[in-house]
Every structure is written in structure tokens, then in C-alpha cells.
Write a protein that binds this ligand. Structure first.
Ligand code: HEC
Ligand code: HEC
Length: 469
């Protein structure tokens, strides 16, 4: 710890001379944006190289556009670091179902995803993608984080299938999909409507849909307004635009290397908060299922790991949007207008807008959670009612628990940094076993790494390594 100004008085801990084994048995969890522990040297270098690709702005010469939403993955997935969530939304549109006529994604007019930007040199009024006049469903989707998604990919199918019918209160549906790169059908894991099962599928799909980069999996550019003649004028580059680079990998694979090896968001304290018991009691955990153990994986550091993403990875009817429900009105595969895919809650701590369009925002962490729960309708109605019947104190305990999802050890002020401010608040609690008594519900528990109920030298030694300033 190079610059720690407030040097701890070791005598005050009452631990001096104790023959303690202070070895590295205790370790802090990776922070957001760090790789999973235990990668090989080659994998670590793939991760680092992949992050560069994830961040690098694509140019029109390299295949950007002609229509696109942004110029790199990290332009949207930016917070608090690359791979994270973003306040950027994308727009989806379509035409509502009427009796006898199903929902129409208006694909022939460029739907259902709007590409809001156009490469330079052309008049966007004429050549750009547009929301057609026919559209009467126009909605936003917020950028989710992607920490830990390689671990979610490695969850065995059977564990997701076991969530169906596991609670009599809810009625979740598996969304089976074939990975875009090929392979056996598997329950989907990603997206606000589900629909995507693997990290590579998402990389290939987002490359063409968000950046306009055609690739071996999606070799065709999106036509502005669905008009192939406009596309022909704009797009001279031969497809696929993503080709093997000097290092032997395509961009979609390098982006995948980065996202696949992103560590799970930390959770501190790791277990035992009263708020989680209440979360389970009122029925939140019927959908936000906490724990999985990953299966076999070609990557040893992703295999057989216990993870806590807090999702059942199923579709639920969250209420008809025309009746004040949370569904987004878009039909996507088997996901109806009312259905949404349970959002994994890990990493929530750093979020500033909640729900698929970020509508729960601006009210502070606790206020945003209250608004998000208030929008839980349909299949989640019972849990909303139970939550709202709790005392304010008990609701706060659930909020405190949700705030622990994504928080690294020692991060008292939840800003994703371990600095002198955290130490300022934590120092008084470092009293050693004789004096301190820290329960998992106390904020000071963020520093009780070994969860033995006190803040002592063992925890302090970990603090020294976690300290970033
Ligand atoms: C214009 C903003 C934007 C850009 C650029 C962007 N994304 Fe996203 N990303 C989103 C949004 C919005 C979603 C939610 C999409 C949905 O479910 O409808 C998303 C979802 C994801 C998810 C799923 C996360 C989950 O758990 O559901 C992954 C993985 C992902 N993006 C990867 C990428 C990659 C790789 C790139 C670069 C090729 C990229 N994104 C570029 C906005 C963006
Ligand atoms: C029937 C299943 C179900 C139940 C029960 C449920 N949720 Fe959800 N939850 C969802 C779905 C689906 C979403 C995604 C909503 C969307 O698309 O906007 C979600 C989203 C959320 C979000 C927003 C996450 C984000 O990143 O934007 C929070 C917070 C949340 N739930 C908390 C709770 C709490 C607290 C409870 C218990 C009171 C609960 N949920 C009960 C299915 C459920």
C-alpha cells in the first residue's frame, strides 16, 4: 500500500505478538472489469487484447456502418469500466398486433432495431435509418453490464431447466435457442427478452447490429429503412468486413475473449445479510435465483465455479404494457409483448437506471429499487405486493442487500474504489477480536473479509492489497 496516509496503530489492535498465520488464505474478490482468477498466461493476454478491441473505435474503412448505433462496444458498455452497463439506450419499434394480425417488427422497413447513425458523406434525411410512420410501438432498451457472462454461459442447461416449476408462485418459460455460431439448442441466457445463449453469439450479433460490422456469422449489413437500393449506394465494402487480423483472430472473437473472461461482479458481504432472507421470503428469489455451479468448460478457470447471478434465466409475463404492465410491447421469438427475461441482479450496486428502459432512475439507489419493484406486475405481482407490505425498515434491509451486489470488499461509499475515504470510515471499526462486533448487516462488514465478526489484522492485510487510492 504505497500511499496510505492514515497508518494503522497496530498496538491498538491488541494483536501484536499473536502467532497468527496471516497467509493469503483470505483474498478479496476481483473488482468489476477484472479477469476471472486463475487464467493461464495465454488467456490473460487474450483478455487484455480483447479489451483493446472492445474499446477501439471502428472506422468506416474497417467496416463501420453504413448505419450503426455507435463505434465500439465500450462506447455503450462503459460504466464503471469497459464491459459494464451504460445509460445509453437503443430504440426498438414495431406495429402492434390487431385481431387476426400478429405483431409486425417492420423488418421490411428496417425494424425492429433502429440504427440511429449514418457514415459521413451522406444525407441522413434521405439515406439514414428511420422509425417508420407505421410504427406504433417505440421503446428503449438500456445497456446492461456483461461482467461474469462467461460464467453464465458455462451454467449447465439442467440447472436452468430445473427452475421451471420450482416455485408454485411463478410461471417461467425457457427460451431455447440455437447459438448463431452453430451447436446444440440450449436455454438462452442474455438480453432483456432472452434470445441469445453464448458470448460469441452476442459479439457477432452486436457487431453487425450496433456497429454495422459484418462478420462470418452475420455476413449482411442492415439496409437503412429496409431499402436494399439505399444500402447498395452506401456500402461498397466487401462482406464480411471482419477478417482475420495480424494476431490470427477476428474482432468478434477478440471481443468474446474479453467478455468471456470478465470476472463475476463482487458481492460484499458474501453471505448472510438479513435483507437476503427477506428477499427470499417475499418471493423475489422465485425468479432472481441466487446460486449456480458452472459445469465443464474448455476454460479451466470458468469450470465448476459457484456463482450468484440472481436470475432464473427464464421469460416471465411481467404485465401487458397497454394495461400498465412492464412488458415492452415487442414480440421476439417466443417472447410475447408482455414477457421479459429475468435480469441477473449481480453488479446492481453501480447501476443508476433500472429496468429494461431505465425508467427507474433519479431517485437514489433505494428509491430506484422501490420504483423498479413497483413496476413488477403479471407473474411478479405477488412479490410486489409482499414487498410493499413490508415495514420501511425491512424494505431498507432488502435495499441494503441489493447494494451489496457488485460491491467490492472495503468499499464503504460504494464508488467502486478502495481509497482513503473508505479508510476514514473504516478505521474506527478496526478494533480486533476483543472489542469489535460486526454483523453482516453493519456497513463495516464490508471490511470483514474472513467474516469472523470483527475487523482485525487479517482483514487489514487484505485491505492493504485491495487499496487502490
Ligand atoms: C449503442 C449501444 C451499444 C453498443 C455499441 C453495444 N451494445 Fe451491447 N447492449 C446494448 C443494449 C441496449 C443491450 C440490451 C439489448 C437487448 O437485450 O435488447 C446490450 C446487451 C449486450 C449483451 C448482453 C448482456 C446481458 O446480460 O443481457 C452483451 C453480451 C453485449 N451487449 C455485448 C456487446 C458487444 C460485444 C458489443 C460490441 C460489438 C456491444 N455489446 C455493443 C447496447 C450496446
Ligand atoms: C416473476 C419473476 C420476478 C419476480 C418474482 C421478481 N422479479 Fe425482479 N425482475 C424480473 C424481470 C423479468 C426483470 C426485468 C424487467 C425489465 O425487463 O424491465 C426484473 C428486474 C428487476 C430489477 C431491475 C434490475 C436491473 O438491472 O434493471 C430489480 C431491482 C428487481 N427485479 C428486483 C426485484 C425484487 C426486489 C423482487 C422482489 C420484491 C423481484 N425483483 C421479484 C422478474 C422478477
Amino acid at each position: 500500500m504505497k500511499a496510505l496516509k492514515y497508518s494503522i496503530s497496530l498496538g491498538g489492535l491488541g494483536l501484536i505478538g499473536a502467532s497468527m498465520t496471516l497467509a493469503g488464505a483470505q483474498d478479496f474478490q476481483p473488482r468489476m472489469g477484472e479477469p476471472v482468477r486463475g487464467l493461464s498466461t495465454a488467456e490473460l493476454s487474450d483478455f487484455a487484447e480483447g479489451r483493446i478491441e472492445f474499446d477501439t473505435l471502428l472506422t468506416a474503412q474497417e467496416g463501420l456502418g453504413p448505419i450503426f448505433n455507435d463505434t465500439s462496444c465500450a462506447q455503450c458498455h462503459s460504466s464503471p469500466v469497459s464491459g459494464g452497463f451504460g445509460n445509453r439506450v437503443v430504440t426498438r419499434f414495431g406495429k402492434k398486433a390487431t385481431p387476426g394480425v400478429p405483431f409486425d417488427p417492420l423488418a421490411h422497413l428496417g425494424g425492429s432495431l433502429l440504427q440511429s447513425s449514418l457514415i459521413d458523406g451522406f444525407d441522413p434525411e434521405f439515406y439514414g435509418d428511420k422509425i417508420p410512420a407505421e410504427a406504433d410501438v417505440i421503446i428503449h432498451r438500456l445497456t446492461p453490464q456483461s461482467f461474469g457472462i462467461g460464467l453464465i454461459e458455462a451454467i449447465p442447461d439442467a440447472q436452468i431447466l430445473a427452475n421451471v416449476g420450482s416455485s408454485p408462485n411463478v410461471n417461467g418459460t425457457v427460451r431455447w435457442v440455437t447459438p448463431f455460431e452453430g451447436g446444440a439448442m440450449t436455454p438462452s441466457r442474455f438480453g432483456w427478452k432472452g434470445g441469445i445463449a453464448t458470448v460469441l453469439s452476442f459479439s457477432a450479433d452486436a457487431s453487425v447490429m450496433e456497429l454495422g460490422l459484418t462478420n462470418r456469422i452475420f455476413p449482411n449489413d442492415n439496409a437503412p429503412q429496409g431499402d436494399a437500393a439505399l444500402l447498395a449506394i452506401l456500402d461498397a465494402a466487401p462482406d464480411p468486413e471482419d477478417t482475420i487480423q495480424a494476431n490470427g483472430k477476428e474482432r468478434i472473437d477478440r471481443q468474446t475473449d474479453f467478455q468471456r473472461f470478465l470476472a463475476a461482479p463482487p458481492q460484499t458481504p458474501k453471505s448472510g445479510m438479513t435483507g437476503e432472507l427477506l428477499f427470499n421470503q417475499v418471493g423475489c428469489a422465485d425468479c432472481h435465483v441466487s446460486t449456480y455451479t458452472t459445469g465443464n468448460s474448455p476454460f479451466a478457470s470458468l469450470a465448476n465455479k459457484v456463482i450468484q447471478p440472481y436470475s432464473d434465466f427464464l421469460l416471465h409475463d411481467m404485465g401487458d404494457p397497454d394495461q400498465g404492465g412492464l412488458g415492452d410491447g415487442i414480440v421476439d421469438g417466443i417472447a410475447t409483448e408482455s414477457m421479459m427475461f429475468t435480469r441477473a441482479l449481480w453488479g446492481m450496486n453501480q447501476r443508476s437506471g433500472l429496468l429494461h428502459d431505465g425508467r427507474a432512475t433519479g431517485a437514489g439507489f433505494a428509491g430506484n429499487v422501490d420504483v423498479a419493484v413497483d413496476w413488477h406486475r403479471g407473474d411478479a405481482e405477488f412479490a410486489r405486493v409482499n414487498y410493499q407490505a413490508l415495514s420501511a425498515g425491512d424494505r431498507q434491509k432488502i435495499v441494503d442487500f441489493l447494494q451489496s451486489l457488485g460491491r467490492p470488499e472495503f468499499d464503504w461509499d460504494s464508488n467502486n474504489r478502495i481509497d482513503v475515504f473508505d479508510w476514514f470510515f473504516l478505521e474506527p471499526f478496526f478494533q480486533g477480536p476483543a472489542v469489535s462486533n460486526v454483523t453482516p448487516d453493519d456497513l463495516a462488514a464490508v471490511a470483514d473479509v474472513d467474516q469472523d465478526g470483527d475487523l482485525d489484522l487479517v482483514d487489514f492485510l487484505v485491505f492493504q492489497r485491495a487499496y487502490t487510492n
